[in-house]
Design a protein around this ligand. Structure first.
Ligand SMILES: [Zn+2]
Ligand SMILES: [Zn+2]
Length: 170
């Protein structure tokens, strides 16, 4: 079953609004933390519900990498704790958010702030969130050799991990 990635989550928090949240107003989201290269922007994540490689050309351009690993986070499980990213409206599906000081591409914000797709390389400890699947494999660069045996799917219409079977979400 194909589900629009936009349907992964829901919630009122937008990255553009989150810096205004009072620190004490919600529980700590310090399960995972990350930020940009210069440290101007820092975020915390309470829970990741999916992790995948994306091979699409938009992710290549948006990150500069041959492939990007993304951790999917529901809106209420993501909190900016320092700084305010620049936002590039890259598609009708959402915005790419990056540091205006050092340029680190930090995360994709689903339209309406309903979910975040955080670039795993910006986490302080990326070892903790290994990818589970490859998407957009039709766009994989011919010279890229990844020898894992993770599932590989065409396109970016992966359903929520709860709906697609296989390894359960963390
Ligand atoms: Zn920065
Ligand atoms: Zn992509």
């Amino acid at each position: 079953m194909a589900t629009d990635p936009d349907d992964y989550s829901r919630g009122p928090v937008r990255c553009s609004d989150a810096p205004g949240l009072p620190r004490g107003a919600r529980q700590s989201l310090a399960a995972l933390a990350g930020g940009c290269l210069c440290g101007a922007i820092r975020y915390e994540i309470a829970r990741v519900f999916d992790v995948m490689y994306c091979h699409c050309s938009r992710c290549r351009k948006g990150t500069g990498g041959a492939v990007v690993a993304c951790a999917y986070v529901e809106a209420n499980d993501f909190q900016l704790i320092r700084g305010r990213p620049k936002i590039y409206v890259s598609s009708p599906e959402g915005n790419r958010c990056f540091c205006g000081e050092c340029g680190s591409p930090l995360y994709f914000e689903g339209r309406g702030g309903r979910y975040y797709s955080v670039h795993v390389g910006t986490l302080d400890d990326p070892e903790r969130v290994p990818p589970r699947i490859h998407q957009c494999v039709e766009a994989t660069l011919s010279w890229l050799r990844l020898t894992d045996d993770l599932p590989r799917v065409v396109g970016n219409t992966l359903p929520h991990p709860d709906a697609r079977g296989g390894p359960s979400s963390a």
